[in-house]
Write a protein that binds this ligand. Structure first.
Ligand SMILES: CC(C)(COP(=O)(O)OP(=O)(O)OC[C@H]1O[C@@H](n2cnc3c(N)ncnc32)[C@H](O)[C@@H]1OP(=O)(O)O)[C@@H](O)C(=O)NCCC(=O)NCCS
Length: 173
């Protein structure tokens, strides 16, 4: 694991350059923005080495099957910093922080085929067949339940939270 990194929730503008460089470049996407980027429940997280943003992700408050869950999108580590544990550190930060934010049973994502070993190494399970996202490429859907559900442990909170937005699971990564 890289030393001297900090991880925190930040405004979208802070992570947008890294998202553009690592996630958008090389695809046929015409915008770096995701549907839901500016939703009130959406969280953006950055990993910083000194003041440089070297890792990022976006969390959309969504649903997994019928329960509230977070959708992880735009997970990226700067090219020259990959395979140094930054992505793993970011996921660990999220697993500690998210259960205390809103009721949710876990995290899911549409993962690029090349990134699947990263997610499975972090404990995610593959829960779909391979499918293609237009303009990006082949993907799999993955899910990881929170080991420590925090406020999600309260069944009433899960049952009555009407704010989790159902999203089209195959349309975005
Ligand atoms: C996928 C990504 C976020 C992973 O972040 P990272 O900081 O490089 O990952 P880590 O160093 O924490 O990797 C942890 C483990 O995941 C696995 N892993 C990570 N990248 C891998 C790869 N390209 N191929 C195979 N296994 C990989 C390995 O087991 C690795 O442990 P090891 O290096 O000790 O073998 C990063 O490589 C990235 O930004 N890739 C380009 C953008 C992308 O594909 N984003 C995901 C969109 S769904």
């Amino acid at each position: 694991m890289e030393r001297d990194i900090t991880i925190q929730f930040v405004p979208l503008e802070i992570i947008l350059p890294l998202r553009k460089a690592v996630i958008i470049a090389g695809t046929n996407r015409d915008t770096p923005y995701f549907t839901g980027d500016d939703a009130p429940d959406t969280l953006h997280v950055g990993v910083f080495a000194s003041d440089e943003c070297v890792g990022c992700a976006t969390l959309l408050y969504s649903r997994w099957e019928s329960a509230p869950a977070w959708q992880l999108r735009g997970m990226a580590v700067a090219a020259e910093r990959q395979r140094a544990g930054i992505g793993t550190a970011l996921l660990q930060f999220l697993e500690a922080a998210l259960p205390n934010r809103k009721p949710a049973i876990g995290v899911w994502c549409n993962a690029r085929e090349k990134a699947v070993p990263f997610y499975t190494s972090a404990g995610f399970s593959i829960v779909s067949d391979r499918f293609v996202i237009e303009n990006v490429g082949p993907h799999f859907k993955l899910f990881k339940a929170f080991a420590n559900p925090g406020i999600a442990a309260q069944p009433q909170a899960l049952k009555h939270d009407a704010n989790a937005v159902a999203r089209n699971p195959a349309s975005d990564e």
